[in-house]
Ligand binder design. Sequence first.
Ligand code: ADP
Length: 161
Amino acid sequence: MPDIAVYPGSFDPITNGHLDILQRALKIFDKIIVAVAKNPVKKTLFTTEERMEMIRISLQDHPQVAIDTFDGLLVNYAKQQNARAILRGMRAVTDFEYEFQLAMMNRRLEPEIETVFLMTGLRWVFLSSSILKEAAVHGGNIEGMVPEIVFHRLREKFGLE
Ligand code: ADP
């Protein structure tokens, strides 16, 4: 049985911080499923299809990575996919409280699936999709923080190209 991890998130949009976590996780797992949350309540800048397309293009050289969407309970989805673990990234201490609660809830719901946290590269500790959008909307230069496709899609979205 291959070691499969599910990497869930909004990815609105995917950043180099997400890619850093993925690259680290590829050294541990055989296959990683990037699972884009279809959360009807959370308002996103990009549609699910747009988010998936940017991930697909950013990860086209990684055959061990699959891209999918999910809704409903994450642990149910992970179980369906025969995943052994849920992968999450950790930035600074601010991530800890929320991630801790989430991991404990998921463990309670499905004790067979472990949550694995990887620490991001120092270059990305400050980077979140929301702060990135905040900078981009005001015309800030976000080059080098996101894959090229995301750079262009963000500029298009905000009418900068
Ligand atoms: P969510 O809405 O579930 O928080 P995100 O797309 O914001 O979805 O994040 C998905 C995962 O990626 C989370 O575990 C988050 O901590 C992690 N992540 C986000 N940005 C970074 C970053 N710069 N470095 C490392 N991990 C990150």
